[in-house]
Design a protein around this ligand. Structure first.
Ligand code: AP5
Length: 210
């Protein structure tokens, strides 16, 4: 299965990708995580991406398309993959089509901007492995410590309220039009965010006919 997870910043794409990746036994490709790793490692892509990400802006399309075409060609993607946070512009979606990268389903997680603003203040991520938590909804077993690797939990730079507002504006302007793009192709399935991660996963699996 080749799947895209669409949704606003903080809609829960990364959280759901982690659940679906185990459930469907296919890898997740998150451009956000790939770019954060590139920044941490000081690679040329990371150096190019950092200023855009810190400002809540989109990284240029050509950088993203290069990352994705290279990644989906790898062996572990032969039975399918979940794209988390990509494409996020019509230009990216068209470039993927042109490269022959096709999809079976596009899930859009629907959530209000108000809920996002509340939620982002509670998100914490592991500075070592990138695992994501929420102080109330998805707390770690020991406060401030990652369950998976013992790393320190921190707040992402781009989760400051002003940057979240900028990211939401970019989402509505650049990414939301992708819903119509994939609806026209008969691929779009909209799923309402649910109060818990497990209920949202159930709703997505139901939409996928699982
Ligand atoms: P990226 O990392 O992809 O950020 P994003 O899309 O803004 O999404 P987030 O990671 O912030 O949120 P999410 O939807 O994964 O939510 P999460 O599961 O963590 O991108 C960062 C930046 O990289 C971009 O701004 C851009 O600069 C650049 N970039 C990346 N891809 C790009 C592309 N294709 N083109 C150009 N630039 C690109 O959940 C959020 C919180 O809510 C967590 O704390 C979680 O625990 C909690 N939560 C989740 N679900 C629930 C629930 N149902 N109930 C209660 N709490 C929940």
């Amino acid at each position: 299965m080749k799947l895209i997870l669409l949704g606003a910043p903080g809609a829960g794409k990364g959280t759901q990708a982690e659940v679906l990746c185990k459930e469907l036994d296919i890898p997740t490709i998150s451009t956000g995580n790939i770019l954060r790793a590139a920044i941490k490692n000081g690679t040329p892509v990371g150096l190019q991406a950092k200023a855009y990400m810190d400002a809540g802006k989109l990284v240029p399309d050509e950088v993203i398309i290069g990352i994705i075409t290279e990644r989906v060609a790898q062996d572990d993607c032969k039975n399918g993959y979940i794209l988390d946070g990509v494409p996020r512009t019509i230009a990216q979606a068209e470039a993927l089509e042109k490269a022959g990268i096709t999809f079976d389903d596009v899930i859009s997680i629907e959530i209000s901007d108000e809920t996002i603003m509340e939620r982002m203040s509670g998100r914490r991520v592991c500075e070592h492995c990138g695992a994501s938590y929420h102080l109330v909804a998805v707390p770690p077993k020991t406060p401030g410590v990652c369950d998976k690797c013992g790393g320190k939990l921190i707040q992402r730079h781009d989760d400051e309220p002003e940057t979240v507002k900028a990211r939401l504006e970019v989402y509505h302007r650049e990414t939301e039009p992708l819903k119509a793009f994939y609806a026209q192709r008969g691929l779009l399935k909209s799923v309402e965010n649910q109060p818990t991660v497990a209920e949202t996963s159930q709703a997505i699996l139901h939409a996928l006919g699982r």
